[in-house]
Design a binder for this molecule. Sequence first.
Ligand SMILES: [Zn+2]
Ligand SMILES: [Zn+2]
Length: 163
Amino acid sequence: MKKVITPLFAAVLLFALAAGAVQANDAPANLVAVCGCGMVFTPDTNTKYIEYEGHKYACCSDGCHEMAAKDPATAAKMGQAAVEKVMNMSHMKLNVANVMSVTETGTQAMCGCGKKFTVDGATEYVKVEGENYACCSHACHEMASKDPAAAAASAKAKMKAGM
Ligand SMILES: [Zn+2]
Ligand SMILES: [Zn+2]
């Protein structure tokens, strides 16, 4: 056996991408979480969590939860690393232009309406000149779809003002 795959690798947890997912008792079905083992999944009412230093980490399976419970510090670290990786990847893929900041609790974006919000699995986007702009609500998305260029310009202006 030349390749060594540590069992720990397969054993990590998951970290809810959006803050709301970890605070709610029952995580909303439309939020995406990333397990430390690299699995991207949608937490449901059966999802198990571990707690480490005040943060809750969702585990993709009973096996991951069991491992994580034994060593929460390592599990939390791996969960965070996995989230960062997935977030970086999804940003490249989505090419979201109006992202303000990326933290361990989620991705903050600036809507054209001036509202800062957390991007999640239910976020809708409009496309302008090859870039995607996240909208804070369905209503904003509807508005932005009518005039994407104006919505994008507004989001950009609000980001400048907000920073
Ligand atoms: Zn897992
Ligand atoms: Zn909005």
